[in-house]
Structure formats: structure tokens, C-alpha cells
Design a protein around this ligand. Structure first.
Ligand code: PGA
Length: 260
């Protein structure tokens, strides 16, 4: 549940950090953020699967939440290469990232699959972080809001209001803004999309719940645009890639927002 003063801030390390590199990153991050009040910031890190077990040990009972980058919707079965929610739960994963643009556009994941994954994460007591966002082509056609509505309505189809209130975060990450070739978003474009997302969440879950679901922004977030983005009341946090993969940069960006 989102308290409007609480900042959500975290990173997905994609397929970049080895287990050893993740351990070093988290150890440094824990030191740098040890003085923070967990009531001010909900921090999270989503490393590779191979780093999850050690990451859990390092984070231990710290307030930094641990996420997984994907999940299978089945508990067990003939699904070679997939990772079951039971396995994630066994490690002590808190959050599951679902439908990241790289999963959708490189590996062909669909909204139907996202819906089953959201269901699985929530059924197993983890928070579902559903990522949505339009492609450049969809933006050019002017159908970005239709795309976002569809991704939310299908991806959250079976989710009840009380589940959404307890265990759902959304990340708006326009495909064209993500990664080294990504184009940083303008403040007004981000504002319009976040207002639309908020409206859809309110339509789906009612005013009380819909207005409190945390909605994060991601895609080429950096020191230069973080504060600008966070000035929008519909943006509850930032989901950062490259710019947060050094613990010192993660901490610096986080502090600049908290001290604004
Ligand atoms: P980026 O990645 O910040 O490196 O653009 C964002 C993301 O993919 O979540």
C-alpha cells in the first residue's frame, strides 16, 4: 500500500552482475543506506537468479527488499528453464518483477502470461511488480494510453482489490526510453501517462485502493531527471537500471530525492 510520502526506489540489475558482484554491490549499499528510516524509502534490488540465495543472506533482516526478475505461473512441472514461485518463496524473495519490456519484446511474453505470473506471485505471498509500457511505434500511432490500459486490464484481470492493496506495484517503463539506446522521457509525457495509469487503477480497484497502489517510473532514469520525475504526485518512485548499478550512485540519487 502506498503512503504518498514513502519513496519507492530500486534497481533491476538485468543480466549484468555475477553472484560475487551482487554480493559486493549489496554489501556496499547496506553500509551506505544504514542510517535511512524505512518509513521514508522502500528500497529494493532485483539481481540475477543465481545471486538470490546469497543476496537473501546479505540483506538478511535489512529493510532492503529482494526481488526476482521473472517467475513461472506453475508451482512445478515439465517447464525446463523456468523458476517456480515455490522456489522463489523458499529463498525468501519479496518481490517479483513481471513483464519487463525485455521479457515482452525479446522473449515474446504476452499480457496473458503476465496475468498468470501476477496471480502466481500473489498466491505465494510475494509482491507483484507489473511492468507496462508502449513501444515507439505505438507512441507514434498515438495509442500509448490504449496500450497501457490493455496491459493493466489483462495483466491484473484476476486480481482483487484487497490483493492489489497488499501486494501490487506497477512500473511504467516506456520501451523507447529503456536502456543504452533509450530516449529520456519528458516531464509532461511522463505526467500524462502516470495520470492515465492512475485513472485505470482507480477504475479497476476503486478510489481508495487505486489511488494508493505504488506506481514507479523507469527508463533512462539518472541524476539529471530523477528529481524532475519525482515532482509528479502520481509518480511514487523510480525503477532504475544502469544509473543505479554502482552502490554509490544508487545512494547519491536516492539521497538527492529524499533531501529535495
Ligand atoms: P535503464 O533501465 O535505467 O538502464 O534504462 C531501466 C529498466 O529496464 O528498468
Amino acid at each position: 500500500m502506498n503512503d504518498s510520502k514513502l519513496l519507492y526506489f530500486g534497481t533491476n540489475t538485468k543480466m549484468y552482475k555475477t553472484n560475487e558482484e551482487t554480493r559486493a554491490f549489496l554489501t556496499e549499499l547496506l553500509k551506505l543506506t544504514a542510517d535511512l528510516n524505512p518509513d521514508d524509502a522502500r528500497l529494493f534490488v532485483i539481481p540475477s537468479f543465481t545471486a538470490l540465495t546469497d543476496a537473501r543472506k546479505i540483506l538478511n533482516a535489512s529493510p532492503i527488499k529482494l526481488g526476482a526478475q521473472n517467475i513461472c505461473w506453475e508451482d512445478a512441472g515439465e517447464y525446463t528453464g523456468e523458476i517456480s514461485p515455490v522456489m522463489l518463496k523458499e529463498i525468501g524473495v519479496d518481490i517479483v518483477e513481471i513483464g519487463h519490456s525485455e521479457r515482452r519484446h525479446i522473449f515474446g511474453e504476452t499480457d496473458d502470461q503476465a496475468e498468470k505470473k501476477v496471480r502466481a506471485a500473489i498466491n505465494h505471498g510475494m509482491t507483484a511488480l507489473l511492468c507496462i509500457g508502449e513501444t515507439n511505434e505505438q507512441k507514434d500511432y498515438g495509442i500509448q494510453d490504449e496500450v497501457l490500459s490493455m496491459q493493466l486490464k489483462i495483466g491484473l484481470h484476476s486480481i482483487t482489490g484487497s490483493e492489489a492493496a497488499k501486494a501490487l506495484w506497477i512500473a511504467y517503463e516506456p520501451v523507447w526510453a529503456i536502456g543504452v539506446n533509450g530516449v529520456p522521457i519528458s516531464k509532461s509525457y511522463a505526467q500524462d501517462r502516470h495520470a492515465h495509469i492512475r485513472k485505470v487503477l482507480i477504475d479497476l480497484f476503486g478510489e481508495e485502493t487505486g489511488s494508493r497502489i505504488p506506481v514507479l517510473y523507469g527508463g533512462s532514469v539518472n541524476m539529471d531527471n530523477a528529481l524532475l520525475l519525482m515532482s509528479d504526485p502520481n509518480i511514487n518512485g523510480l525503477f532504475v537500471g544502469r544509473s543505479a548499478w554502482e552502490a554509490a550512485n544508487f545512494n547519491k540519487m536516492l539521497r538527492s530525492i529524499l533531501n529535495r
